[in-house]
Ligand binder design. Structure first.
Ligand code: 4AD
Ligand code: MG
Length: 478
C-alpha cells in the first residue's frame, strides 16, 4: 500500500527532523537542487532539496516540470524565503516522466484562452486549483444548506420525453440509424421505432419532476446536469450546465425569495470561511486583471469586498413594472445607448437592462418579480391582475440572471388555460396535471445556475473557466 503525506499538512507541520514521503508533480526544478513540488492538496508547493552531489545525473535530468515524483526525506525548518518548511531529500524516485520539450504548461503565466485548449492539464495551475476548490466547496455547501433544512435530494431524469418546459432548445436522444431512418406513411421520422418508442431529449430542467416529489415530501431539491441547445456563444452560457432546483410545497413567492436569498448568503459565506487561501489568490488575480483595464472600466470593489457586500445587504426587491419605469427613464435609454430600447411595458429584459439595474442603479443583487405572463413559462402562477405571473429572477452584479423561479399555478382550470394559450399539450403532461387533480397545494421553487454562482464567487469572467470541460457550440473536446 502506498503511504505518503499530503503537502497541505506538511506545510503546516512543526514535526521537524522526522522522515516524510511526498508524491506530486514538479512545478519547477532550480539549480539541480530545489524542487517545487505540488500534489494538488493546496495551491502551495513544498520545497524538496536534492543532494545533487550524491544523486545520479540521469535521475537529476528526469526531474522536469510536470513529472510525477516520489520524494522521501527529513522535514526541516526552511531558511529560504517564502516557506517555513522544506524536505531534505534522502531518496527521489521518478513515477512518471514529462518531456520538458513537449509539456505545454511551462512555469510562466499562460492566458486563460490558451489554458482552455489544454483543459485536461489546466487543473495543475494555481488559478484552476483555486477555482475548482471553490466549486467543490460551493457544491458541498449547497447540499449542507438543504440538508440542514430537511430537504430531500431528488435525482430527476436526464433523458426525458416531455417537451414542455419551454426553457430552450433541446438535444435529441436517439438510437435511430440516420442513414436508414424509419418513416411513417406520411414520411415523417417514426419514433415508435426508436429506443424508447417515442421522441426523447436531454432535460433542460428537473423542475416538473421536482414538483411531483415536492407534492409528497414537502421540501425537495435537485442538483444535476441540464442541457440547452441554444446557440449562445457568450461568457454566461453553456450547452451543459449544472442546476440546483429546490421546490417547496405550501410556499408562495415571498417564501421562495427568502429561501433563495438565504441560500445565496449561506453558500457564499461557507466559501469565504472554507476557501480563504483560494479566495485570497483569486482576489489578487482579479485585481491584476483589473489593472490591465482603463481606469473608467475598473470595478469599484475587489472580489472579497463584493462577496462581503453581498452578504451584508438585503437583495433589492422590485416588480418588473417598477423596473420598466426605471429603465425607461434611465440615461442609456434616453440617450439610445441600449441596443434594445425600452419603450413599453411587456418587453423582455435583455442582459444590458438587467446589468444596468444591478450594476448602475441599485449596485446590489436584485430580485425582480411579477413579470408579464407572455414572456414567462406556462406553470407560473397567474396574478390577480390577469397580466402578470408570480415569477422571480435574481440578478447579480457582473453576472445578470443568477436564479429564475416562481410560485407555481396550482389551480387546475387556470393551469389548463395557460397551457392552451401557450401551446403546451395537456396529454403529454398528464402526470404533471395529476398533482393538481389529487391534493393540489400552493408551491414554489427556483433554479440556480451553478456555474454562474461559481463565476460570481471566484471572480472569473468566462463561464468556460469554471466548469472542467465546457460544452458550447462547436466544442465538445475532452
Ligand atoms: O431561468 P431558467 O431557464 O429556469 C428554469 O429552468 C426553471 N425550470 C427553474 C425552476 O424554477 N426550477 O434557468 C435557471 C437558471 C438561470 O437563472 C441561470 O442561472 C441558469 O439556470 N442558466 C444557465 N446557466 C448556464 N448556461 C445556460 N445556457 C443557462 N441557462 C440557464
Ligand atoms: Mg430564466
Amino acid at each position: 500500500m502506498i503511504k505518503r503525506q499530503r503537502i497541505k499538512e506538511l506545510l503546516k507541520s512543526t514535526d521537524f527532523n522526522t522522515e516524510v514521503t511526498v508524491m506530486g508533480w514538479v512545478k519547477t526544478f532550480r539549480n539541480n537542487q530545489f524542487i517545487a513540488l505540488n500534489d494538488g492538496s493546496c495551491m502551495g508547493n513544498i520545497q524538496v532539496v536534492v543532494d545533487f552531489n550524491n544523486t545520479d545525473e540521469n535521475l537529476l535530468k528526469r526531474i522536469t516540470t510536470g513529472a510525477a515524483i516520489k520524494a522521501t526525506g527529513i522535514l526541516v525548518e526552511s531558511l529560504g524565503k517564502g516557506q517555513s518548511v522544506e524536505i531534505k531529500a534522502t531518496a527521489v524516485e521518478i513515477l512518471g516522466d514529462s518531456d520538458p520539450e513537449k509539456f505545454p504548461l511551462q512555469p510562466k503565466k499562460h492566458s486563460l484562452e490558451f489554458l482552455r485548449e489544454i483543459a485536461h492539464l489546466r487543473f495543475r495551475t494555481n488559478t484552476f486549483n483555486a477555482v475548482f476548490k471553490v466549486r467543490h466547496a460551493l457544491a458541498f455547501a449547497i447540499h449542507q444548506f438543504y440538508n440542514e433544512r430537511g430537504f430531500v435530494y431528488m435525482h430527476t431524469p436526464v433523458i426525458t420525453a416531455s417537451d414542455a418546459e419551454g426553457a430552450g432548445e433541446m438535444f435529441k436522444v436517439t438510437t435511430l440509424d440516420f442513414d436508414n431512418t424509419p418513416r411513417t406513411e406520411d414520411g415523417v421520422v417514426d419514433f415508435k421505432e426508436d429506443f424508447f418508442g417515442r421522441a426523447t431529449n436531454l432535460t433542460v430542467s428537473g423542475q416538473l419532476e421536482g414538483e411531483l416529489a415536492a407534492m409528497a415530501f414537502g421540501h425537495i431539491y435537485t442538483f444535476g446536469p441540464t442541457f440547452r441547445a441554444e446557440n449562445s456563444n457568450t461568457t454566461r452560457h453553456l450547452a451543459e450546465f449544472w442546476m440546483i432546483e429546490p421546490e417547496v410545497a405550501f410556499a408562495d413567492l415571498e417564501n421562495n425569495m427568502e429561501l433563495a436569498e438565504d441560500m445565496m448568503k449561506y453558500v457564499i459565506s461557507y466559501a469565504k470561511e472554507n476557501c480563504k487561501e483560494e479566495l485570497e489568490f483569486l482576489n489578487n488575480r482579479l485585481a491584476e486583471e483589473e489593472k490591465q483595464k482603463p481606469q473608467n472600466e475598473r470595478s469599484e470593489f475587489t472580489l472579497l469586498e463584493k462577496l462581503d457586500f453581498c452578504l451584508a445587504n438585503d437583495f433589492q426587491r422590485l416588480t418588473y413594472t417598477e423596473a420598466i419605469d426605471i429603465l425607461k427613464a434611465s440615461k442609456p435609454n434616453q440617450k439610445k445607448q441600449f441596443k434594445y430600447l425600452i419603450d413599453s411595458w411587456g418587453a423582455d429584459l435583455q442582459s444590458e437592462h438587467e446589468r444596468y439595474l444591478v450594476e448602475k442603479h441599485f449596485k446590489r443583487p436584485v430580485i425582480l418579480t411579477d413579470y408579464p405572463k407572455d414572456i414567462k413559462s406556462f406553470y407560473m402562477r397567474l396574478n390577480d391582475d390577469n397580466k402578470t405571473v408570480a415569477a422571480m429572477d435574481i440578478l447579480f452584479p457582473g453576472i445578470g440572471e443568477m436564479i429564475g423561479g416562481s410560485q407555481r399555478e396550482e389551480r387546475m382550470d387556470v393551469l389548463k388555460q395557460r397551457m392552451d394559450e401557450m401551446g403546451v399539450p395537456q396529454e403529454e403532461l398528464w402526470w404533471y396535471l395529476d398533482t393538481r387533480r389529487f391534493g393540489s397545494a400552493p408551491h414554489a421553487g427556483f433554479g440556480l445556475g451553478f456555474e454562474r454562482l461559481v463565476l460570481f464567487v471566484t471572480g472569473m469572467t468566462n463561464i468556460r473557466d469554471v466548469i472542467a470541460f465546457p460544452r458550447f457550440p462547436k466544442s465538445a473536446e475532452f
